[in-house]
Design a protein around this ligand. Structure first.
Ligand code: NDP
Length: 284
């Protein structure tokens, strides 16, 4: 297995974040505790959770069960701003973040992300609270998720602390050229969610061919394609110990420029996996 230091770090605005993290959406209960602990034991140093996932308690438990020191692990959580869909009583980001810290049993997170834009709350207010969370020391870094191009510009305009990170759906079928250029414009780190597209492209002949050539699995090829792109982080989710290991074992080979291009060429229309009713109007 790779060592933790084999995983590249993505840096942006003073933030330094391991390029592969363990995703935890739909990872619940003891399975979440065990998969987070296993990931950290085999070398991951980055956990991706959210208030919305209902597993912050378990992510914190997994971190402690792993035996890895807290300050060696990059912990991201996400908050919703404005009226919470799940709990209308909690309508501000700062108390919601304090609750997240209590559930995680941590004094701070490394990264706090606005999970989804909320049409009921002006972006200016969302960003003001996010920046305040950083100033109060609840989080070391701040970021956004599921923002459109115009929303990113607006968020950057109002940010009084470096807005260093954006997390969006990205996999070989989904073209994100415009939003990735927007991230580059502001020197933001890019994190891909659904980074293996839940396995959708694993049987693509191009991916199977490249996997054979490198003696790797399709998942490893797709994840390598992710992290070989500029400032790109991937947070694959798995609760299966062998897959957790497989998804981290991608630092001992390199895809050629031609292989990278072949995988990128798989992009096609209507490839989004995640588009809930409250999603913004996507630029594509
Ligand atoms: P992924 O693309 O990470 O796919 C996860 C699925 O693929 C699971 O069913 C998992 O199964 C399976 N899998 C994992 N590894 C392998 C492998 N090596 N071979 C075959 N199958 C595999 O999708 P997610 O939606 O989970 O996205 C990843 C993470 O991104 C989330 O967990 C979450 O942390 C974040 N996210 C953020 C969003 C946002 O709005 N900001 C939205 C969606 C996700 P199993 O677990 O059974 O092994």
């Amino acid at each position: 297995m790779p060592r933790p230091e084999d995983c590249p770090l993505v840096t942006a605005h003073g933030m330094s974040i391991p390029a592969v993290g363990i995703g935890t959406f739909m990872s619940l209960g003891q399975q979440c505790v065990d998969s987070v602990a296993h990931a950290l034991k085999v070398g991951y140093r980055h956990i991706d959770t959210a208030r919305f996932y209902g597993n912050e308690v378990e992510c914190g438990e997994g971190l402690r069960a792993s035996g890895v020191a807290r300050d060696h692990v990059f912990v991201t959580t996400k908050a919703l701003h404005g009226a919470e869909w799940s709990n209308p009583a909690v309508n501000r980001m700062l108390p919601a973040t304090e609750e997240s810290l209590k559930r995680l049993k941590l004094d701070y997170v490394d990264l706090l992300v606005i999970h989804w834009p909320n049409p009921a709350t002006p972006i200016k207010d969302t960003i003001a609270d996010l920046c305040e969370a950083k100033r109060r020391g609840l989080t070391r870094n701040i970021g956004i998720s599921n923002f459109t191009l115009a929303m990113v510009d607006e968020a950057q305009r109002h940010a009084t602390e470096p807005l260093a990170y954006m997390q969006n759906e990205y996999h070989p079928y989904l073209d994100q050229t415009k939003l990735r250029a927007k991230a580059a414009q502001y020197d933001m780190a890019w994190a891909s969610y659904c980074p293996i597209g839940k396995g959708a492209a694993f049987e693509e002949p191009v991916i199977v061919k490249i996997a054979k050539a490198h003696g790797k699995t399709s998942a490893q090829i797709v994840l390598r394609w992710q992290i070989q792109q500029p400032k790109t982080i991937a947070v694959p989710k798995s609760v299966t110990p062998s897959r957790i290991e497989e998804n981290f074992n991608i630092f001992d080979f390199v895809l050629s420029a031609a292989e990278m291009a072949e995988i990128s060429a798989l992009k096609r229309p209507n490839a989004r996996i995640v588009s809930p009713p409250f999603a913004p109007k996507w630029d594509d």
